[in-house]
Design a protein around this ligand. Sequence first.
Ligand code: ZN
Length: 45
Amino acid sequence: MALENPVKFFRNLPKKKCPECGEHIQEQAESYFMECERCLAKKAE
Ligand SMILES: [Zn+2]
């Protein structure tokens, strides 16, 4: 079988990481926020 390197595939989908707490951020197409929901909620106060 000539499958493409799966590592290559995942490199095209870099996981977003919250710069505040280092939490992985769920991919949300319509979300452009850098922080995770928790840190965003904190900032919104
Ligand atoms: Zn965070």
